[in-house]
Design a protein around this ligand. Structure first.
Ligand SMILES: *Cc1c(COP(=O)(O)O)cnc(C)c1O
Length: 819
């Protein structure tokens, strides 16, 4: 086995690049995201062009210390000391480098694909093989054209086994991933209907997926799914499982639930074998059987497997951001700990600006493939990169390397119990705390001690979905068109700094809030983006100025008041945004007032016009397209008139969410993205384009059997036609579940079934008809999610999604997660 050492020159050779080389230094780290730089001096940055052209970030990456770049265009300006490796296709170069790296090792590489369950199966195989193998695996669900090469790059000489997942969404992609992974052993997880868009049918999808295994020696999967393939392929050894066919290698004959466990029985080599797993849901059971088959195929003894399967633990791929005690925010990532997922989590920590102190609680890291010294040296360097203020190390290895951590405020403990007994002294207050620990350290105990107890109704916000939605709209804009993200009304009910931090990190250009206090709250939480205030109140002008917020000016009255205030305080050139009324008749200067406005602007030095804008009344509806067009024309006239009068440039904008896709001609310099960010847009017909970001969940407090005709709730409004069961759930109109949903108008999901409300909605609770549903006290109840969306709720009570979202009261805890 060769230990691969790479330098600028050797990499240039491997990827066949034309090189502009200033030095031949060592390269150890691959980077593809300009916002995530680590180990800069030994890093190689790939200027990939996916949504945005990576070449445009080279200067930023250079400033962060990176000196070597793989590019597809000759640079206009050659930066001092920089090495450029010029290739025709940057992504292909990344893949070629990873494929080369892979070929340097002859460890057992397991390639995992399928429509669902890839990440779970990978993580469980890791848990099952860890006691006697040194394993390298894909971090999180790194399974894409970029994620796979980055995963494969992590192979080290000490590894015995590699577990890599491969995910595809179009024809042609698997061939490329196969060349990078080169799996000796293939595992096919469940082949469901997920991600069908890129394929004409199931057969085509299966064939494409099977390309991953074209040179594999052994293939594991479900008998029914591999059947057609097996006949065609004689050189590969198969290990199949089935519940129906006794010719399968593992023929599953029994599945009995015992409390929270499942007892599995199967025939293997003509003998009955068994195992217990701590899960009962169908998806987990199938994934567990896949893992069981894989270990048998690898030659493990049934008794050994059974003992390990019993200890499988849930796989949480998400980082959760929650409210903690003493004004802290807790980022909970206490299920796994390896250097790549640490990097992802630290990066998320870095985005958080709401508290002055950033804290990391970290356990020892296992199986990194690096020697201890090197490992903790790297970890220490990562901490410096994110600007950490406080470090708490748990575990003996970290303690041994405590001097590597260059942060004054540092503490070390041998184990979690020792930390917990010292938690008073650690005095957590106004901090963002990242919890990152290997499973055996049981950091969930720390999480329980630090996270605020929530009333059991929570709104979960999916931050990945938000980023997806932002990128969807960005893809509709010409280069250079700015995005103003509307975060008024608590980001349409979704949160304040949590959302703004993310938007700032993803480099939107502007934020907009409704009132000055909303802007102050964002500034206090560390948001530095420009912020426009739609409806500035004169009694808070001092805060407007102190917090550097930019007002909308919509009337002569406001113009006078604000300019008087600015003059009194000797302020000139204060940035303002002029609102033109082109038909909404809400706020704004009308056509007949523009001349007068221009005159005042020219005489008055208080203001600097930052932008001129208007608002469409019906951008989503074709019925009103003619009217929209008149609005656009009026707007053009107005801004031209102002431009001419004041003689300098400003930003022009008119489109809200629905206008972005429908009125491309009117993007001007900026668009104002509101509800689309939160996953709702009537003008977007492709259901896969936008993702709902919020789900609202509550739980059952009590279940009662009710006789036909008995009444339920206030004023005896509800009753059941037949004898049945009702469940009382912990949400009422004070939480934002309006009274209009009562008496069967609204429905919620219990155990996957839609059930209707019974009787009036009360302040803090309401009742559901759960007759015939296998529900029990404590069960989760979904008010809305991606199955029953907010559009559906809005329809039920005759309102619009905006109102549903913004009604959810502040009493309902928000939990943010990031996958
Ligand atoms: C709220 C608001 C928007 C955003 O509208 P969406 O339909 O949510 O995209 C845009 N501009 C102004 C002036 C607004 O008040």
């Amino acid at each position: 086995m060769v230990h691969a050492e790479y330098t600028v020159g050797s990499v240039a050779n491997i990827i066949g690049a034309k090189a502009i080389m200033m030095n031949d230094g060592p390269l150890t780290t691959l980077l593809t995201d300009s916002r995530r730089i680590s180990n800069a001096p030994e890093a190689l940055f790939f200027a990939l062009s996916n949504r945005r052209d990576g070449h445009q970030f080279i200067t930023d990456v250079y400033k962060a210390g990176v000196r070597t770049f793989v590019v597809s265009k000759r640079p206009n300006e050659v930066l001092t000391d920089a090495n450029y490796l010029i290739v025709p296709d940057v992504l292909q170069a990344l893949q070629a480098l990873a494929a080369h790296h892979r070929r340097q090792f002859d460890l057992r590489v397991v390639g995992i694909t399928g429509s669902n369950g890839k990440t779970i199966v990978k993580e469980w195989l890791y848990q099952l093989l860890m006691p006697d193998q040194n394993i390298v695996r894909s971090p999180k669900s790194y399974n894409s054209q970029i994620g796979v090469p980055l995963s494969v790059w992590n192979i080290k000489p000490v590894n015995d086994v590699a577990l890599f997942e491969a995910g595809i969404s179009a024809i042609g992609e698997m061939r490329r991933l196969e060349a990078v992974i080169q799996p000796e052993i293939g595992v096919l997880t469940h082949l469901g209907a997920a991600h069908d868009e890129g394929f004409t049918d199931r057969e085509q999808k299966l064939n494409e997926k099977m390309l991953l295994f074209k040179d594999s020696k052994l293939l594991v999967g479900q008998y029914e799914e591999l059947l057609s393939y097996k006949d065609r392929n004689t050189s590969t050894k198969f290990f199949c499982w089935s519940r129906r066919y006794d010719q399968a290698d593992l023929y599953v004959i029994g599945e009995d639930t015992k409390k929270k466990d499942l007892y599995l029985r199967a025939i293997y080599h003509q003998q009955e074998i068994e195992c217990h797993i701590p899960f009962t849901d169908q998806a987990s059971v199938e994934n567990a059987i896949t893992c069981w088959s894989t270990l048998l195929a690898l030659g493990y003894q049934p008794e050994v497997i059974s003992e390990r399967m019993e200890r499988l633990t849930p796989v949480s791929m998400r980082l959760e951001l929650k409210n903690g005690v003493n004004d802290c925010s807790i980022i909970d990532d206490s299920y796994n700990s390896d250097i790549q997922s640490l990097e992802i989590a630290l990066n998320f920590l870095k985005q958080q600006n709401q508290h002055p102190i950033k804290t990391l609680i970290l356990s020892d890291i296992y199986q990194s493939g690096l020697d201890e010294d090197e490992l903790y040296r790297r970890v220490a360097a990562m901490l410096t990169d994110v600007g950490l203020n406080k470090f708490i190390g748990v575990g003996e290895a970290l303690k041994r390397h405590s001097d590597l951590v260059l942060i004054d405020n540092k503490y070390f403990y041998n184990d979690t119990s020792e930390l917990l007994s010292d938690i008073q002294r650690l005095n957590f207050r106004d901090e963002t705390i990242l919890l990152k620990g290997a499973r055996s350290f049981e950091f969930e105990r720390i999480s329980r001690a630090l996270v605020q107890k929530a009333h059991e109704t929570v709104m979960e916000i999916n931050l990945n979905a938000l980023v997806n939605n932002l990128n969807f709209y960005r893809s509709k804009l010409a280069p250079g068109v700015k995005v103003m993200a509307m975060v008024k009304a608590f980001s349409y009910g979704s949160g304040t700094f949590e959302i703004a931090n993310l938007l700032q990190y993803h480099k939107v250009d502007y934020l907009a809030v409704a009132y000055i206090d909303e802007g102050v709250a964002l500034r206090t939480a560390g948001i530095t983006l420009p912020i426009m205030v739609l409806n500035p109140e004169p009694n808070a002008f001092d805060k407007l100025v102190n917090y550097n917020l930019e007002p909308e000016v919509y009337s002569f009255h406001l113009f006078d008041e604000l300019s008087q205030y600015l003059q009194d305080n000797d302020i000139i050139n204060y940035p303002v945004h002029l609102k033109i009324d082109t038909g909404m008749h809400r706020l704004g200067f009308e056509a007949g007032e523009i001349a007068e406005l221009c005159k005042l602007l020219v005489q008055n030095a208080s203001f600097k016009v930052r932008s001129v804008f208007s608002h469409l009344v019906s951008s989503d509806s074709s019925v009103h397209d003619d009217f929209t067009l008149t609005q656009i024309l009026k707007f053009e006239q107005a801004f031209k008139q102002i431009q001419e009068a004041i003689g300098y440039e400003f930003i022009k904008h008119i489109n809200n969410t629905s206008g972005i896709t429908r009125w491309g001609v009117a993007h001007y310099d900026m668009v104002r993205l509101g509800i689309g960010l939160y996953g709702v847009d009537a003008a977007v017909t492709d259901p896969a384009a936008l993702q709902p970001i919020a789900s609202l969940k509550t739980s059952i407090s009590q279940i009662k059997n009710i006789k036909a005709g008995e009444t339920v709730g206030y004023n005896r409004n509800g009753s059941l036609a037949k004898d049945g069961r009702i469940a009382t759930v912990r949400i009422g109109y004070a939480d934002g579940y309006l009274r209009a949903f009562g008496n069967g108008v609204g429905s919620m999901l219990v155990k996957g079934k839609l059930v209707r409300t019974v009787g009036n909605i009360a302040m803090d609770m309401c009742m559901l008809d759960v007759t015939g549903v296998d529900a029990k006290e404590g069960d989760e109840v979904i008010v809305f999610n991606d199955q029953q969306g907010i559009e559906e709720l809005a329809k039920q009570i005759g309102t619009i999604p905006y109102e549903i979202l913004t009604n959810i009261s502040q009493r309902v805890k928000r939990v943010y997660f990031y996958e």
